[in-house]
Design a protein around this ligand. Structure first.
Ligand code: PAN
Ligand code: ZN
Length: 181
């Protein structure tokens, strides 16, 4: 296995890859009318990862790099779907590589806050904390992540309840806005 540190790109036969398009992210962005006018096949982000231990292996680790394209749906930045770990006490590291953005975190009481992401930023996602990343720059945002093999990903909770705040561009700058209930 190899990593290209300048981009986070993973190289090797065990690398797995996935991507999410605007069509895959139905219901995730606030402005449904703007979302419907955009091409469903447009890629919002890609993930490449290496899981040397099988999923669900206690004590194992996975390593991944996510690349989020620059863009907006209405005035909301392109972002990852977001999830909470199925084993909710499992934590994770994120590290910014390229571009700028925000790590959006939400605790169990639905309090949401952000941490700025930039090349060299390092983040610890605490237990029981939903997480997603928004790209607030004009270039692809790339970050690396390391998480426990048995963390699991609960996407349902985000699909059903969303985050309590969203990141919009206002006057050219990111602003966290309480979501309409
Ligand atoms: C990351 C995320 C990745 C894509 O590797 O899975 O950034 O985001 P979604 O999983 O929300 O689509 C991670 O947090 N792993 O646990
Ligand atoms: Zn995670």
């Amino acid at each position: 296995m190899q990593i290209e540190w300048l981009t986070g790109a993973l190289l090797g036969p065990e690398v797995r890859r996935s991507q999410k398009t605007l069509g895959d992210l139905a219901g995730i962005f606030a402005d449904r009318v703007a979302w419907e006018k955009m091409p469903a096949p447009q890629v919002v982000y890609r993930v490449e990862w290496w899981s040397p231990s099988a999923e669900n292996t206690e004590g194992g680790l996975s390593w991944g790099t996510t690349t989020i394209e620059p863009g907006l749906v209405g005035s909301e930045y392109f972002m990852t779907h977001g999830h909470i770990h199925a084993k909710a006490d499992r934590t994770e590291f994120y590290g910014g590589i390229q571009g700028e953005g925000a790590l959006i975190l939400m605790d169990e009481s639905r309090r949401t806050w952000t941490e700025p992401m930039f090349p060299g930023s390092l983040h610890h996602i605490p237990p029981r904390t939903a997480h997603r990343v928004a790209n607030t720059s004009n270039v692809p945002l790339r970050f690396t992540a390391c998480w426990p093999s048995d963390a699991g990903h609960n996407y349902e909770i985000v699909r059903q309840q969303g985050f309590s705040s969203r990141l919009f561009r206002k006057d050219g700058k990111p602003v966290l806005v309480a979501a309409a209930q």
